[in-house]
Design a protein around this ligand. Structure first.
Ligand code: EPZ
Length: 429
């Protein structure tokens, strides 16, 4: 296990180039197997989840040529297997996108049931309901989901829950289904739109991505395509919130401001100065932050992935702020760690009451997922005194060069390996 030693009382200031979107990349990579022709993807973030996805593709027989750190050529024509290996699939939930893309390519897929996560239960009933509506037979046994369809037939599917995963998975399968598929009550996230654009570049016929209704006319064959991944709005939002939290001044570059409107609006409500330009946003902290309510919702609402860093910011706003987590049942694992730093937070069901205004104090804390990990590092930077943030492997999953970017903004942060950490703590003075 690795940890970060973080010096407190740090103001983050400067410019940071935002990487490609993790949540777009982990959908685009499995989607590439829908074609036999070559695919070129660029602006891929160099993070653990992307490397795992590349390992899975190579295991399935796709030949991959790295073109620099953030780009690659894929040749899915040599794909020979339809069952991604369990030891890789269990590392990341997004592997379940191979259900949709392998079904579209071969009419068959065998994918292990995705692991749980520290965000509470994460069912895939909407994915399976949709695959069944498209004509797939589904068998679940020994932890494996086997899907097969002699022919996928277009259908009218109404999602009971707005789900990014289900929207993406069903778009993948429907792209090759015979006839028209209408998906209703779908997710409108930019990552869904990015995937639809990629599939259309490969010859799919998808309209309405980014709205409540997506219409897909299936096609028999797909071509290759070149595609650049959209910027990561969650990474950008994390740095924007960090600027306001640490009393700093940060410009996030290479972003799409439209994707960040909920965060920009909330930061202005809390009192930070936000200046928006076509491809960059500057956030300047102010001394007096205003307590504010945050309610998470599917896009274009305030994203659940920024609720943890949003909570950290609100600990610095004197007075009572109320957070309502409407997307996941259990996304408050970071609260206990923040309370160890002196935060005054009370959780009741989906609601967290944050009594802000007292400076946090440095402490040993532990990340439980990548977004809570990023939030805890921001808390450590703004706290009085030093902190050790453990289990930073979570952060490596979704934030490219996170500590280098923070150091560039003025952070004093050092990555240490746990065994070194133990040595440090057991060495007599
Ligand atoms: C995506 O997860 C993101 N992951 C998550 O980001 C993000 O937190 C989440 O969307 C919500 O925005 C990727 O894009 C790889 P959902 P996903 O299906 O698709 C319920 C991060 O930190 N639901 O939109 O799994 C579900 O339980 C990660 O980058 C069903 O009930 O989320 C949840 O309450 C964490 N049945 C809600 O819908 C289903 O079949 C939204 O989940 C599917 C989902």
């Amino acid at each position: 296990m690795e940890s970060f030693n973080v010096k407190g009382n740090t103001r983050l200031s400067g410019r940071v180039k935002i990487s490609g979107s993790k949540n777009a990349a982990v959908a685009l990579l499995p989607a590439a197997v829908i074609t036999e022709d070559n695919v070129y993807l660029e602006n891929l973030p160099d993070i653990t989840d992307v490397r795992t996805m590349i390992e899975i593709l190579e295991n399935l027989g796709v030949s991959i040529r790295r073109r620099g750190r953030n780009a690659l050529d894929l040749t899915p024509g040599k794909l020979s297997k339809i069952a991604p290996p369990y030891e890789l699939v269990k590392k990341m939930r997004a592997s379940y996108y191979f259900m949709g893309s392998l079904l579209a390519r071969f009419g068959r897929a065998e994918v292990p049931i995705p692991g749980g996560c520290d965000l509470g239960p994460r069912p895939i009933d909407q994915h399976l309901k949709g695959f069944s509506a498209l004509g797939a037979d589904i068998n679940i046994e020994h932890g494996m989901i086997t899907l097969s369809a002699d022919k996928l037939i277009g259908a009218h599917i109404y999602l009971d829950v707005v789900s990014i995963g289900a929207t993406i998975n069903l778009m993948l399968a429907a792209a090759a289904a015979e006839g028209r598929t209408v998906l209703e009550n779908v997710a409108k996230e930019p990552e869904v739109v990015d995937l639809a654009n990629f599939l259309n570049a490969m010859g799919a016929s998808i309209r309405g991505a980014g709205t409540d209704v997506i219409r897909i006319d299936g096609v028999k064959k797909f071509s290759g395509a070149n595609h650049a991944v959209i910027p990561d709005r969650i990474e950008a939002g994390t740095f924007m919130l960090a600027a306001a939290s640490t009393g700093g001044n940060i410009t996030v570059e290479d972003v799409i401001p439209k994707h960040l409107e909920a965060i920009t609006a909330k930061l202005r409500e809390i009192g930070a100065r936000v200046k928006v330009e076509p491809e960059r946003i500057n956030v300047e902290a102010v001394d007096h932050l205003v307590p504010t309510d945050i309610k998470t919702f599917p896009y274009p609402g305030f994203p659940t992935d920024l609720q943890p860093p949003g909570m950290v910011l609100l600990t610095a706003a004197r007075g009572l702020s109320v957070i309502t987590e409407n997307v996941f049942d259990g996304r408050y694992n970071h609260v206990d760690e923040l309370k160890r730093m002196g935060a005054q937070i009370k959780v009741e069901g989906r609601t967290a009451l944050v009594e802000g205004g007292n400076q946090l104090s440095g402490a040993p804390i532990e990340a439980t997922d990548l977004r809570s990990g990023a939030a805890l590092i921001i808390a450590a930077l703004m706290a009085d005194g030093d902190s050790q943030v453990r289990a930073v492997e979570h952060i490596d999953r979704g934030y490219e060069n996170f500590e280098q970017k923070l150091i560039h903004l003025g952070a004093l942060i050092q990555r240490i390996n746990e065994k070194d950490y133990d040595q440090l703590s057991c060495n007599p003075e």
